[in-house]
Design a protein around this ligand. Structure first.
Ligand code: SAM
Length: 313
């Protein structure tokens, strides 16, 4: 039992909140507060660096520059950087969607299923004060929590919290004309979460539930792809089930392939890709506690096919 626990222990990830300070300021302050910063030498494999991390050390994530890695046992909960949201606890996998689309400063984004707003405030950090993120959630309690957290993160002026069903917006409305980037992180089974991984037995009730979730996921995704100026969209789940991941992507591509395709060069060094039985499998990223040291996760990026290229096709 204990062995198993140890095996799936993942480190604690904290994202440097670019709305409060720069990466350099964060590093300098961490040093002042006696953290030992490890720069990630190539001579030691990353997996070893993670497992050997001591409680007073901080490691830079090799993929996401604004992400820091602490030992799982490091005592950070009452730490001012966390309490004041200079650093935001966020699993590495959950940082991928915003990172992979990296909306430029000043751009406009939509987060279709946003509460409690982890990906929203990450998007806000990229677009900055000149930009805007419309963050939808249909659950009023969750939307309120998000409002509070977003404000504490310094993103109150960038994010507009929209309490409502994203499926009910009219994508052709004037209001959304400037939106170029989107994150769709819909409700999912959560089967990738380390704490929940044992709950999946494959019963017919579960199959039924997965079917319903997949339906909603595909609907949300297709609806977002209707935004007229959209360029890039990240679709993600914290599920390990093909039904909610590759299958949803296949269905959406089938319907939208004249205008949309999957981005092909997502993190070339990332070891774990989508299921090989799909022709687009290598364009999907999967995450797994044992391989990527994160919760189980799935992410793809849809990109609009330019008019010129369409004609050539
Ligand atoms: N993206 C969030 C984050 O990173 O913090 C987590 C989102 S959670 C996986 C899914 C959310 O979608 C829930 O808060 C749920 O209330 C919301 N939701 C479900 N259906 C929705 C819909 N049709 N429109 C807007 N939000 C919806």
């Amino acid at each position: 039992e204990e062995e198993k626990e140890k095996e799936i222990e993942i480190p604690r990830y904290a994202r440097i909140n670019g709305l409060k300070w720069t990466r350099d300021e964060a590093i300098e302050t961490l040093r002042e507060e006696k953290w030992q910063i490890i720069d990630g030498s190539d001579t030691i494999p990353f997996s070893q660096q993670i497992t050997q991390l001591r409680d007073d050390q901080v490691l830079f994530d090799p993929h996401i520059p604004e992400l820091l890695i602490f030992a799982n046992s490091a005592n950070l909960h009452a730490y001012w950087m966390i309490e004041q949201r200079y650093l935001i606890f966020q699993d590495k996998a959950s940082c991928l969607p915003a990172f992979l689309i990296s909306p430029p400063s000043g751009s406009h984004c939509v987060d279709t299923c946003a509460a409690p707003g982890n990906k929203t405030s990450h998007l806000a950090a990229y677009v900055g004060n000149e930009g805007c993120v419309w963050a939808f959630d249909r659950d009023p309690t969750r939307a309120n929590t998000m409002k509070r957290l977003v404000k504490q993160s310094g993103a109150g002026d960038i994010v507009s919290v929209e309490c409502g069903d994203f499926l009910r917006i009219d994508p052709s409305e004037e209001r959304w004309k400037t939106v170029e980037f989107a994150v769709v992180d819909p409700p999912c089974s959560g089967s990738g979460m380390v704490k929940r991984m044992d709950e999946w037995t494959g019963s017919s009730a579960q199959a039924d539930r997965l079917g319903k979730l997949a339906n909603l996921q595909a609907m949300l995704l297709k609806h977002a792809l209707k935004l007229p100026s959209l360029k890039r969209l990240a679709y993600s789940t914290c599920s390990i089930h093909e039904e909610e991941n590759e299958q949803v992507v296949r269905e959406v591509l089938k319907e939208c392939s004249t205008d949309w395709r999957l981005a092909e060069n997502l993190l070339p060094m990332w070891a774990l890709r989508g299921k090989e039985s799909y022709e687009f499998g290598k364009h999907c990223l999967r995450a797994d506690p044992k391989i990527t040291f994160t919760n189980g996760f799935f992410v793809v990026v849809f990109e609009r096919i330019e008019e010129k290229k369409k004609k050539k096709k």
